[in-house]
Design a protein around this ligand. Sequence first.
Ligand SMILES: [Zn+2]
Length: 311
Amino acid sequence: MMAGKQHPRALQPSQANGFWVDSTQSRPLVAGVETGGTKTVFGLAAVEDPTTILLQHRIETTSPEETLAAVDAAFASWTASLPVTALGVASFGPLDVESSSPTYGTIFDTPKRKWEGISLLAGLSAVAAKPTVVYSDVTAAALGEATNPEARNENLLYLTVGTGIGLGITLDGKPLQGRGYPEGGHLFVRRHKSDRFAGICPLHEDCAEGLAAGPAVQSRMADGEKPDEILEVVAYTLAQVILSGLYFTAAETVVVGGGVSSIRNLREVTAEHLALLRSPTAPPTIRAPRHEHSGLVGAMRGAALLANAAP
Ligand SMILES: [Zn+2]
């Protein structure tokens, strides 16, 4: 912003515990965090507009103690000095998302061994004073992407294709999550007629994730498969996951993100396969995520839902 256009009263940040905050902020706020495999992002947004991140920090995800201590310091600072009304936590899993469970917010057995058995909520002191919601990262991302102001009650499928395949769903604008969350990456799919790759899912070998997630793509490349062949098989696989999702939800929006989605033309070729597979009614457009950190936006939105539901 141009210096001459700054509003003198609205832009007077004060530094508390190393985190810049706007001390003149008077609107009710929510704080959110998304812990990822390599980076953790956390920030603040207004309850009335949770998709606009007012303040954001990004740190490397290291040990759980160090990572959560950094987030805790920010949350504690914000809740002490600002009108923060609720918190949202989004994390990689597997994790306990059942709010009535004694281990709510605890990460289960994970390849990230240091995080196994870690309670995300126990590491955040502000949780004791503020209502808090916990989502899987993919469910949060779906909620973060279901933010089209013209379609407030969106049915949306969010597919992330990276080290695994994750499927997040919102129905009528609300995240599909309760005792657990969707695990659509492990759907069983038909194999492409030209495909001889064995599949690498440790549970099922050739489920969708075993055929088309990042490690499968790398393994295919090492086996000498050509980029066009990989594109074809991955798109065919993703189209089937999306088709199943559409049959169950009649979603009008499909978002595909994650590292593998950067394969050139992947969304377009997936859409072509979806059409060939007789997608119900008109197949929706497959778009890229709107937000850089959809999971953080979803955590904010979930916290805002809590804040608005509070008596
Ligand atoms: Zn599987």
